[in-house]
Design a protein around this ligand. Structure first.
Ligand code: NAP
Length: 480
């Protein structure tokens, strides 16, 4: 594959700028350099916040019809150049071209929903006269933008998860500074280009490329930044939460999602969607199916079908339309997954299929008999590995599903509505998919987790709630 290095600039307060230090962006498939981007310094970030202070005033003063026009304009641009966006995702991340095309479609939707929601940022009238002595007061509240939002994003959905920050921020009249993942900055820069071409005023948006550990603190601890919206891993999320101080925090973190398959389920459907949910983006997906609890009577049949479907997966060149699964984001990540599996096997786990690494590629892997005290049973694997367990009944499946420190989403396959409702009530998660795997999301739904999976909710309308505050207005009348 020919690579054409252009040397990307970062989007600093509406201008495209270089920096002395650079970061090489590599294709995880063969480690070739795709491009370079600036490695910003903490000083660059501080200067950017200064510009954003003006940007926040500009953003808040933008009439809603302008915000709608700009956001839809950015969506139009992506639609018109969708091939370029998909190819960029497929080159810099570990997604296949088919997965990348889906992400581009999702990002367009995320922006269109943001444009729609801009016109629905409503307040309410307040019946002040409910309080004795306030009979002569009338008023209302409306929602105002909080100012500057700092967004820090991960590598696994390098376009759509950035759109989930920028779309609602601009819809609600805020300025936003994005720090994308160092390994996948190109898609975020392309998104900034779409907004710039759509006429977003300078200083409202910046995309600053650089290492989180070097420039993150300057953004996170800055008092003028009123909210940090973070999507990424638990460790960085906890570090950021500790440092942020008195500002809003939204945390979209990881999980190790369970799926429950009861004996009355449509097994073929359960196998199909759980295989896809386990190996989408090589398992580097916050909603990835990691643990499947199958009722004993159908365990053998489910296992056989699951292993068979997994064996059909085509792993290889990300740019081929035939490929089902690409590499992990780096060889180091693939080695981390390898070690987790080795630990499980040393404690008695059985590899039913997969378990092989070649460079950054790790074959889709199905394990059984994994003891509960193994790291892979408790923590997020973030790789193409799924654990199968036989359970006696729903109660056991629920108890085991909840026996971890995460809770993003879960899936249950059953035709019995009473059992489905029991699972809905008892599973400790932010979302439950009935007759689907945990890996289902639309961009308009409230999205987020409990326990170590996060704090707050995304999904445009819900992000807008987090990115705005109510302002109360009360008129005291001289007579009534
Ligand atoms: P990560 O290592 O936590 O990095 C995420 C972002 O945080 C990157 O931009 C990173 O910058 C930055 N960062 C790291 N340490 C930082 C620090 N101390 N201060 C400020 N910024 C810092 O996560 P990842 O490996 O990219 O993504 C995988 C994780 O994201 C998984 O756990 C996955 O479940 C989670 N995720 C959650 C959701 C959700 O919606 N719940 C969605 C997708 C992914 P550098 O790249 O420069 O290190």
């Amino acid at each position: 594959m020919r690579t054409h290095l252009t040397g990307q600039k970062m989007f600093f307060a509406g201008k495209w700028v270089n920096s002395e230090q650079i970061i090489e962006v590599r294709n995880p498939q063969d480690n070739s350099i795709i491009d370079v981007v600036p490695a910003a310094t903490a000083e660059d970030m501080l200067n950017c916040v200064k510009e954003a202070e003006e940007g926040a005033e500009i953003a808040a003063a933008m009439p809603v019809h302008e915000r709608i026009k700009v956001i839809n304009g950015a969506a139009d641009h992506i639609e018109q150049h969708s091939g370029k966006y998909a190819r960029t995702i497929a080159l810099e991340s570990s997604k296949t071209i088919r997965e990348a095309k889906k992400e581009v479609g999702r990002a367009i939707q995320t922006l269109r929903i943001s444009a729609e929601e801009a016109r629905r940022i409503n307040g309410e009238t307040i019946p002040f006269d409910q309080s004795p002595g306030s009979e002569n007061r009338i008023g209302y509240f409306y929602r105002f933008p909080i100012g500057i939002i700092g967004a820090i994003t991960p590598f696994n959905d390098p376009l759509n998860l950035v759109a989930h920050k920028i779309g609602p921020a601009i819809a609600s009249g805020n300025a936003i500074i994005v720090k994308p993942a160092t390994v996948t900055p190109l898609s975020a820069l392309l998104l900034a280009e779409a907004f710039s071409l759509a006429g977003l005023p300078a200083k409202v948006l910046s995309v600053i490329t650089g290492h989180g550990r070097e420039i993150g603190d300057a953004l996170v601890t800055h008092p003028a930044v009123r909210m940090i919206t973070f999507t990424g891993g638990l460790e960085a999320g906890e570090d950021i939460s500790r440092k942020a101080g008195l500002k809003k925090i939204s945390m979209e973190l990881g999980s190790n999602s369970p799926v429950i398959v009861l004996e009355d389920a449509d097994l073929e459907e359960a196998v199909d969607s759980s295989v896809s949910g386990a190996f989408w983006a090589a398992g580097q997906n916050c909603l990835s199916v990691q643990r499947i609890y199958i009722q004993e009577s159908v365990f053998e049949s489910f296992k056989t079908q699951f292993v068979e479907r997994t064996g059909e997966y085509i792993v290889g060149d990300k740019l081929s339309e035939l490929t089902d699964m690409g590499p992990l984001i780096t060889e180091k990540e693939a080695m981390r997954v390898e070690q987790l599996i080795e630990e499980a096997v040393s404690r008695g786990a059985v590899v039913l299929t997969g378990g092989e690494r070649t460079g950054a590629f790790y074959s889709p892997t199905v394990l059984t008999d994994v003891p509960e005290n193994c790291t892979i049973a408790k923590e997020e694997v973030f790789g193409p590995v799924v654990l199968l367990y036989a359970v006696a009944d729903l109660d056991e499946a629920i108890a085991l599903s909840n026996n971890v420190n995460y809770g993003l989403q879960a899936g249950i396959f059953t035709k019995n509505i009473d059992l489905a409702h029991k699972a809905i009530a008892k599973l400790d998660v932010g979302g439950i998919m009935v007759n689907d795997s945990s890996d289902y999301r639309i961009d308009a739904m409230p999205f987020g987790g409990v326990k170590n999976s996060g704090l707050g909710r995304e999904g445009i309308k819900f992000s807008i709630q987090e990115m705005t505050e109510p302002k109360v207005v009360c008129f005291k009348l001289s007579s009534h």
